[in-house]
Design a binder for this molecule. Sequence first.
Ligand SMILES: [Zn+2]
Length: 101
Amino acid sequence: MKFKKGDSVKVVIGKDKGKTAKIEKILPKINKILVAGVNQYKRHLKARAQGQSSEIVTITKPMSSQNIALICPHCKLQTRIGFSIVKNDKIRVCRKCEKKI
Ligand SMILES: [Zn+2]
């Protein structure tokens, strides 16, 4: 997984295309990413017990990493993530400004 929690990303595909937000959670098992405030759906919860009112809750669904692009914290551009090896450590770099992300 190229992305990390806390990364700023831009949605490039789907109903929230163009939005920018931060990654809230990485779900490596299903290869999806939860982005704060993006890919939200409203779900109507019916009252289960008497006296309880039904309510509408907003849930955020995780999305595919292919639907988002990283915003580089240095050059503020939408970029792709590259990797480079520094002192045997694999670090992420911005393909545009080549700074460490
Ligand atoms: Zn950059």
